[in-house]
Design a protein around this ligand. Structure first.
Ligand SMILES: C[S@@+](CC[C@H](N)C(=O)[O-])C[C@H]1O[C@@H](n2cnc3c(N)ncnc32)[C@H](O)[C@@H]1O
Length: 225
């Protein structure tokens, strides 16, 4: 492992707002903040939004700044990326973001029923050859169903045709309620309500990268419960 990564991992171990549950804890149901996020971690009763596959956490941090009365949790398995957002929170005194380093596959072992208000999927890996690993596949959606409040929105922002098309098919096949769907977000954004328009302008590292390559950005939102 590079010196830079080792440094970041060591720093994150000391950060109270970075949680790294072990596989044993997860498997044995010993994660004591499951069902207890607000009381034990955030010390308030504010709604919780997850950014799954958060990378550097641009959405978790960007939304947290806009909505100080909501709580945000960035989830990813890659710690060195997550350090960027975690460090930004320290430097800017942002107190309503926590980072959770784990596999999203275990998300229903880390949150209780109805504990989550909203989910953002930001430039998720399209997994062209492994459809079940897509974060909008039925396997993952069924995990989110166990933790999302009724009517809790799932947002997907992506550059990937493969992921967007497969998500469209999943929405139709399983009868999820689609509340917004566009293959060309920045062409349609002017027609959208101001509150969502503002949020959709937040750009992640991968969005910048793919935009530079000329990819069109797609966006949809839907709910499953
Ligand atoms: C293409 S990157 C996007 C990162 C960031 N959201 C962005 O837009 O810049 C996808 C991220 O999802 C994470 N990821 C994908 N599948 C995952 C899983 N099953 N569990 C945890 N993290 C996952 C990867 O580690 C990676 O950081």
């Amino acid at each position: 492992m590079s010196k830079n990564k080792l440094f970041r991992f060591a720093e994150m171990k000391k950060m109270e707002h970075v949680l790294e549950p072990s596989m044993e804890e997860i498997k044995n149901g010993a994660v004591d903040y499951k069902g207890n996020w607000n009381k034990a971690i955030f010390k308030n009763d504010n709604p919780i939004t997850l950014e799954l596959g958060c990378g550097k956490g641009e959405y978790a941090v960007g939304l947290a700044k806009k909505y100080p009365n909501k709580n945000f949790i960035g989830v990813d398995i890659k710690g060195a990326r997550m350090w960027v957002g975690a460090k930004q929170c320290v430097e800017e005194g942002i107190e309503n973001v926590v980072f959770l380093r784990t596999k999203i596959d275990f998300i229903d072992k880390l949150f209780d029923r109805n504990e989550v208000d909203e989910i953002w999927l930001t430039f998720s890996d399209p997994q062209p050859n492994k459809p079940n690993k897509r974060l909008t596949s039925k396997i993952f959606i069924d995990r989110y169903r166990k933790i999302l409040k009724p009517g809790g929105i799932i947002h997907l922002k992506t550059d990937s045709d493969v992921l967007f098309e497969s998500t469209e098919n999943e929405i139709k096949e399983h009868g999820y309620n689609c509340t917004y769907f566009t293959w060309d977000l920045y062409n349609d954004i002017q027609k959208m309500p101001d509150n969502i328009k503002d949020i959709l302008h937040i750009k992640t590292h991968y969005e910048e990268l793919f935009t530079q390559r000329g990819h069109q950005i797609k966006y949809c939102q839907f709910y499953i419960n």
